[in-house]
Design a protein around this ligand. Sequence first.
Ligand SMILES: [Cu+2]
Length: 167
Amino acid sequence: MRFIGMALAASALVLGACSGGENKGGDTAAAANKDTAAAVAPAATPTTTAAAAPITGTTHEVKMVFDGQNYKFDPAEITVKAGDGIKFVNVSGGPHNVAFDPATIAADVKAQLMGNMSNQMAELSGPLLTQPNEAYTISFAGIKPGAYEFHCTPHLAMGMKGKVTVQ
Ligand SMILES: [Cu+2]
């Protein structure tokens, strides 16, 4: 007789250790909204030229003359009131112009005078008047009271000078 022993080895191994993977929260930082509005630069402020101040009073006349011997403004000296203007007329001996030496004009006056002088060919230098009876008018509105010397550039060496006193 055969004896079959049966060995029952029952081993129950429970291997069921499932380690659950930890899910790390993947919170992404919210993207910050950046303001990209461009900074608006303030408009450039003219530092040497003021807006033209129109004549509100009397327009005086100064002739630009060559009398056969001398080049001159006639009258060479003139007094105007605040708001007045001067119309410079090329009568004879041109070309003439009206110019102020920038070095003799205070900065605040200079700014307004530059604003009041149209068609400057240089700082505080009016255009050349080449035609007979051609005129150039300067408003002295907004010009601080004082005495201001001017000259004709082509005839400066010949003494063509003048002075305007603004009251
Ligand atoms: Cu002249």
